[in-house]
Design a protein around this ligand. Structure first.
Ligand SMILES: Cc1cc2nc3c(=O)[nH]c(=O)nc-3n(C[C@H](O)[C@H](O)[C@H](O)COP(=O)(O)OP(=O)(O)OC[C@H]3O[C@@H](n4cnc5c(N)ncnc54)[C@H](O)[C@@H]3O)c2cc1C
Length: 403
């Protein structure tokens, strides 16, 4: 039996949870976001705010405020493949106003959304509130959330936005399909002198890196075959630093700053999705519904799109005191298609590019034909820009705003 008592409880204050909380509260739905950390200032978790997300903030009338936060605008993407620079994507070709990726630390992005959301009387954010499980009513419908401190919060709907290791989806036994990934990643920072943005990727036989230019530091990703983190560590920091300086000479001047493996964070790459995103009383969105590979830096943007679709489909019914349960499947229906398409592209990249390049016998003497064509014909660079920047089945803000 659906209940109208209590608030909507969103578990997780990442991009999916904060946007869902903001948009539901904007429609007048009492919503509390529970975030287990005391702030948004955590380890690097991606900086890429794509044109699809920027356009949503434009639709909300918040783009100027968002872009007033510190960020870099990147309008082309290129990579170094077998030592040759190839241009891959040109966002200036997109048919939208936001013709660039904004590189903005995730905590600044989340702080901005939190600041806007706090202006709404229906929005509540509880920091330092860790959810541990869900409770069910006698009919088996999720009707609340239990916290680590033993408290219970009744909920008319729980939105699980607690990321790729979601406790909530486990508590509600939502079924997970693992698609596998051939690599893991070490993330680390290297200081640099400010200058023009030189974000790029490096592809060589046996080695892949992404280096994101963050002004006065590089955020670097070193990609290696899955499960080999310990083997890389065993070779020692001096060998690691030497390898990085060889692959990405622009990092050489600052690499001595990496003095301890504690500065080098392991990301265990996952590619998975729930086959059912909902049960009576609960809906999973963002990474909790589908962990994305870091390829393309799409995770934040998919999470935001899920939140927008959730509000578009549920907000009016929730605001009118209606039963959200019959609508939950519509959110999955709407968002499963883009999730599948992007995950399929990521899986193809895993199998045909990353996995192939990381094999010990891999050879790479020059950029592959597709990359050479992209580099030679700038018109083609609009295609990856469109897939990456705008995604598939782009959402628009359709949820109501109360006066
Ligand atoms: C190292 C790294 C680099 C990445 N780089 C990029 C990138 O460049 N571009 C990109 O688009 N994506 C990137 N991603 C992926 C991106 O961070 C995620 O796809 C995106 O943040 C998903 O948003 P989300 O809101 O679904 O989940 P998350 O961002 O994971 O947010 C979940 C939130 O829930 C909170 N939480 C978890 N459990 C509980 C609980 N039990 N109770 C209360 N709160 C809880 C967490 O603290 C967290 O704040 C990266 C990820 C990592 C780890």
């Amino acid at each position: 039996m659906a209940q109208n008592a209590g608030k909507v409880v969103v578990v997780g204050g990442g991009p999916a949870g904060m946007m869902a909380g903001f948009l539901l509260a904007r429609a007048g739905v009492e919503t509390v976001v529970l975030e287990k950390h005391g702030d948004f200032l955590r380890d690097f978790r991606g900086d890429t705010v794509h044109p699809s997300t920027l356009e949503l903030f434009r639709e909300l009338g918040l783009i100027d405020g968002l872009l007033a936060r510190p960020h870099d605008a990147v309008s082309t993407l290129s990579g170094r493949v077998a030592g040759k620079v190839v241009r891959i994507a040109d966002f200036a070709r997109l048919p939208v106003q936001s013709k660039f990726i904004a590189l903005m630390p995730q905590w600044d992005f989340l702080d901005f959304v939190a600041d806007e959301a706090r202006k709404l009387p229906a929005f509540f954010l509880r920091l330092g509130a860790e959810a541990r499980g869900v409770t069910f009513d006698p009919a088996g419908r999720v009707d609340g959330v239990t916290l680590a401190d033993g408290a219970h919060i009744p909920a008319r709907l729980v939105i699980a936005a607690d990321g790729r290791r979601s406790v909530m989806r486990g508590a509600a036994a939502l079924p997970l399909q693992d698609l596998g990934a051939p690599m893991d990643v070490f993330w680390f920072r290297v200081p640099k002198q400010p200058g023009d943005n030189r974000t790029t990727g490096v592809f060589e036989a046996g080695r892949i890196m992404a280096i994101i230019d963050r002004g006065d530091y590089w955020q670097a990703a070193y990609v290696f075959p899955k499960g080999e983190a310990e083997a890389v560590r065993r070779r020692g920091l001096p060998a690691f630093r030497e390898e990085i300086a060889r692959l990405a000479p622009e990092l050489a001047p600052g690499i001595a700053d990496v003095q301890d493996w504690d500065q080098v964070k392991l990301l265990t790459v996952s590619l998975d999705r729930l086959t059912r995103w909902h049960c009576p009383g609960m809906l999973a969105i963002g990474d909790a519904a589908h962990a994305m590979s870091p390829i393309g830096g799409v995770g934040i943007n998919l999470a935001v799109q899920d939140a927008v679709a959730t509000a578009n489909i549920l907000a009016a019914t929730l605001a009118a005191g209606g039963d959200p349960d019959p609508l939950l499947a519509q959110v999955q229906q709407r968002r499963m298609f883009p999730t599948r398409v992007i995950q399929r592209i990521q899986k193809m990249a895993h199998d045909n590019i990353i996995g192939a390049l990381l094999r010990p016998e891999a050879r790479l003497e020059r950029p592959q034909l597709a990359l050479r064509l992209l580099d030679r014909y700038p018109l083609l660079q609009g295609i990856p820009a469109r897939v990456l920047g705008l995604g598939v089945r782009r959402e628009h803000i359709r949820s109501p705003e109360v006066g």
